[in-house]
Design a protein around this ligand. Structure first.
Ligand SMILES: Cc1ncc(COP(=O)(O)O)c(C=O)c1O
Length: 376
């Protein structure tokens, strides 16, 4: 009998469990505090506004940006990416993207290609989809207006060389999607010179669903995507020109942000080690007919990977590990058909395993036992 301390390996979809303080903070907020953000001058609203601002500052630290006033809260990373891609007013131009982008990027770009004659092109990359920075100037043209990079792939966990990339992109604005990496990998928005960063609260940050957002370095260059009340400059039908109000129309998810702040303040220490993870990958690579989707060089591997088998479809692998061992994973395309096309696993996709800080080295060892058993 193989028993795990934690059978949930679907943390790239949404993380679970959350620190207990997350639920407590949300419960406390609902029962005792309540109140909107920035809409009135009594104590309850003041305290709620403080929670939102503390959360904004804490996210600023995580993103490595000094201007936390330019961090905007939205419902998730998808809304953040839409706000960036649509707010730039792109038309008749070209956007360069990494080969491992999620549909949260590809679908807004597809819409722009139909409506505004915006084309997209892949950045040069190796077999695992990791960008080769020094080759990037070869694909930049006079029509290139934007570069979008998924910092950590949600399919093979590859980490992109964002810092090096910046040295080859000149003044072209860079959008970095840190949805999968934030919380688990260092993010250095200022050092990277990222013009925009999209993030989510419910994955690596261990916060509740319904939280996320984006960072914008120069708010004067990004139009609002949503329009409505902000509690500021209410005499005008125009949105305020200053951030974050320019982009935060409507009532905030104050319950969710209370939970997210608690998650940031009570982050657990990661139990599993990279050495053990490397050992697991090496072990799995030895199983016959199995292909591991991961970084070609383990240095560039984030805490998730996928498996493709030449005989068993990903859904069969997911069903087997669940039925026999209770292991919860996601199979299929993971909303990233572009990544699978590049990695040659389209349209079947892969079976994906994503760790949380609570997984132990023993869990990783047992995952190896389970996969050897179900894939033989
Ligand atoms: C790389 C990447 N970007 C964006 C998203 C969208 O995140 P959200 O569900 O928070 O909108 C995901 C979700 O899986 C993702 O993996």
């Amino acid at each position: 009998m193989i028993t795990f301390s934690n059978t949930y390996f679907d943390n790239a979809s949404t993380s679970w469990p959350k620190p207990v303080e997350v639920g407590k903070a949300m419960d406390e907020f609902l029962r005792k505090l309540g109140g909107t953000y920035g809409r009135a001058a009594y104590g309850r609203v003041y305290q709620t506004s403080m929670i939102v601002e503390q959360c904004r500052n804490a996210i600023g630290e995580m993103l490595g940006v000094s201007e936390s006033g330019n961090i905007v809260f939205t419902a998730n990373a998808t809304v953040g990416l839409n706000a960036i891609i649509s707010g730039l007013d792109l038309h008749r131009c070209e956007v360069l993207v990494s080969p491992l982008e999620h549909n949260a990027v590809m679908r807004p770009l597809q819409r722009l290609s139909e409506k505004a004659d915006v084309t997209w092109k892949l950045l040069p990359a190796g077999t695992d989809g990791r960008i080769i920075p020094e080759k990037v100037p070869e694909v930049i043209s006079s029509k290139t207006r934007l570069i979008i990079v998924n910092h950590q792939s949600n399919v093979n966990g590859v980490l992109q060389p964002v810092d090096e990339l910046r040295q080859y992109t000149g003044q072209i604005p860079l959008v970095v999607d840190v949805t999968q990496s934030l919380g688990n990998e260092p993010v250095q928005g200022d050092k990277w010179g990222a013009g925009f960063i999209a993030f989510t609260g419910h994955k690596g940050l261990l916060g509740p669903t319904g939280t996320g957002g984006f960072f914008v370095r120069n708010p004067e260059k990004l139009s609002p995507f949503f329009f409505g009340g902000t509690g500021s400059r209410s005499e005008s039908f125009e949105m305020p020109q200053f951030s974050p109000d320019k982009y935060e129309a409507g009532t905030h998810n104050t319950v969710g942000l209370s939970g997210l702040l608690a998650a940031l303040n009570h982050r657990p220490k990661q139990e599993w080690t990279r050495e053990k993870f490397k050992e697991l990958i090496q072990r799995l690579r030895r199983i016959k007919d199995v292909r591991i989707l991961g970084a070609d060089d383990f240095q560039h591997q984030g805490g998730l990977f996928s498996i493709a088998h030449s005989a068993y479809p990903p859904s069969t692998i997911a069903r087997r590990v669940y039925d026999k061992f209770g292991i919860e994973i996601r199979s299929g395309l993971h909303c990233a058909p572009q990544a699978h096309k590049y990695l040659d696993t389209f349209p079947t996709g892969s079976a994906r395993f994503a760790f949380s800080p609570w997984h132990t080295n023993d869990d990783l060892e047992k995952l190896g036992d389970v996969l050897e058993e179900v894939l033989k």
